[in-house]
Ligand binder design. Structure first.
Ligand SMILES: Nc1ncnc2c1ncn2[C@@H]1O[C@H](COP(=O)(O)OP(=O)(O)O)[C@@H](O)[C@H]1O
Ligand SMILES: [Mg+2]
Length: 491
């Protein structure tokens, strides 16, 4: 399902984010550009209009002075003709400036105080008057901006931006200047900006989508490879490993973690397989012995003593099998976490002394000496049966893996919080690289398989220590001995 794949989701999200950002960006850009274009235009119009007013006033004054001189010499003062003269003067001024590059493309118009047009540049483009409100404002001495439409009925309607400013002399509005320009240039620029954005928008979003999908595909390629490999892994070929990409990223982590898990699983499966082998072996040997003995016995009548001897040796074999089954049951119950320790205050010193007494007989048979250094009244809360089992298993190992004439030392100490039990032997020791495994179920150190055992003792020990919130540590050197340090909380 492509649309459910991460690749698809990533590209969609990429595209959505980009589309959003681009939209916001485009709106802001368009707005800013349009604002600054209009502002520029207004600034230009205002400065041109003001320039015209000041130039025109100077011009008008000089013209008038010249005329008056003429009138003076002719002894005639032609009052009342100012208006007419101003119109001529203004029109002349405007025409003279028609080539001025500063005024090129600008509509320049001059109105008198009644709003009648008195002078105008050639390119009026249909603008012939000044609007009523702006005239009103100008008569009050205010300058204003306005937007006008062309009045050519045949042509397409055009918009013009105009600035109107009055020329004021002695509190009287002498004339009004209107400077304008078509808005076309701005709308054209804005339209082409809009078009560019509209074209760029989908292209950019599409490219991002494709790139996103491509990137995601590249990133997820190792995951897909992993999926394919994992698909082929079965219980039979658990040795198979994922190729670890050297990318130092989450994918590498994932592959490593998965390989770790595979290793753990493989180990568990191998342990189980060993269990089956060991179990069958351990059960088969006593059964074969029993069968053989019984067959021999049944061949003819025996004396009572002979029967007793046979029965005794049979019982030993049966005991062995019973112990195996018991161990298995114990472990099984730990595995299902059914047993919660029965909590009771008990004296660890007494308990360990009693376990040691039980073990002494076996130890003596091997000429192994057990010595005790036990502090009195080390009281912990726990399950007596379980704690007894714990020390029994460790001592059993200590005796089992210590040769003739060896020594075992047991000490019990306590501090404010913990009881510490150290069981040290002078036995065969455990190879360094196997120490980490000895608490695993069914694990037996290579080479110890000859001696009796199922590799369950220490797993049971670990489970009991954990259930009592304690800890267990092993130090061992191959050939010189092992010590187990167990700490149990006092309260
Ligand atoms: N005191 C010890 N000295 C040497 N090796 C030990 C000692 N205790 C445990 N081991 C090693 O740890 C393994 C696991 O112990 P355990 O679970 O009790 O299994 P088992 O005693 O049935 O072999 C043993 O097979 C043995 O090789
Ligand atoms: Mg053991």
């Amino acid at each position: 399902m492509f649309y459910k794949s991460i690749r698809f989701k990533i590209s969609i999200v990429y595209m959505a984010i980009l589309a959003l950002t681009l939209s916001a960006f485009s709106v802001v850009l368009y707005h800013q550009v349009s604002k600054s274009l209009y502002e520029n235009m207004d600034t230009l119009l205002r400065s041109r209009a003001e320039g015209i007013v000041s130039a025109m006033s100077t011009y008008w004054v000089t013209e008038r002075l010249g005329t008056m001189r003429y009138y003076d010499t002719g002894d005639q003062v032609m009052a009342g003709n100012d208006q007419l003269n101003f119109a001529t003067v203004a029109q002349r001024w405007v025409e003279a400036r028609s080539k001025d590059p500063k005024l090129l493309n600008l509509i320049v118009q001059i109105f008198d105080a009644t709003g009648e047009i008195v002078a105008s540049s050639k390119n009026t483009q249909g603008i012939t008057s000044v609007s009523e409100q702006t005239l009103f404002a100008a008569l009050q001495g205010r300058s204003t901006f306005d937007t006008l439409t062309s009045s050519y009925p045949t042509k397409k309607v055009q918009l013009f931006r105009v600035f109107i400013t009055p020329a004021v002399q002695n509190d009287r509005v002498e004339y009004i200047v209107q400077v304008g320009t078509p808005i076309d240039s701005i709308t054209n620029a804005l339209n082409s900006l809009k078009l560019t954005l509209f074209i760029l928008f989908p292209i950019t979003v599409l490219i991002t989508g494709v790139m996103g999908a491509f990137l995601a595909k590249m990133t997820l390629q190792p995951v897909n490879n992993m999926i394919r490999t994992i698909h082929d892994i079965t219980v039979e070929n658990m040795k198979m490993k994922l190729n670890i990409p050297n990318t130092k990223d989450e994918i590498q982590k994932l592959a490593e973690t998965f390989n770790d898990m595979l290793a753990r699983l493989e180990y568990a499966f191998t342990s189980q397989r060993h269990l089956f082998e060991d179990l069958s072996h351990e059960l088969k040997t006593p059964l074969t012995i029993l069968k053989g003995e019984f067959e021999v016995v049944l061949k003819k009548m025996r004396s009572a003593e002979e029967y007793e001897a046979i029965l005794r040796s049979s019982l030993e074999e049966i005991d062995k099998m019973t112990r195996l089954v018991e161990n298995l049951l114990m472990l099984a119950s730990f595995e299902s976490k059914r047993i919660m320790p029965e909590r009771k205050m008990l004296d660890l010193s007494l308990l360990i002394e009693s376990v040691t007494t039980n073990m002494k007989k076996v130890a003596e048979r091997k000429n192994v000496r057990i010595s005790l250094e036990v502090k009195k009244y080390v009281e912990v809360i726990g399950d007596e049966k379980e704690l007894r089992q714990l020390f029994l298993n460790i001592l059993d190992n200590a005796v089992k893996y210590t040769g003739e004439g060896g020594r075992i030392n047991i000490s019990v100490e306590k501090d404010n919080n913990n009881a510490t039990i150290v069981i040290k032997d002078s036995g065969v020791g455990i190879p360094q690289d196997e120490i980490e495994h000895i608490f695993d179920r069914f694990y037996r150190v290579h080479g110890t398989r000859k001696s009796y055992g199922f590799g369950l003792g220490l797993s049971i020990v670990k489970a009991i220590v954990d259930a009592h919130n304690g800890s267990i540590k092993v130090t061992s050197s191959h050939g010189t001995g092992t010590s187990f340090v167990i700490t149990l909380p006092l309260h």
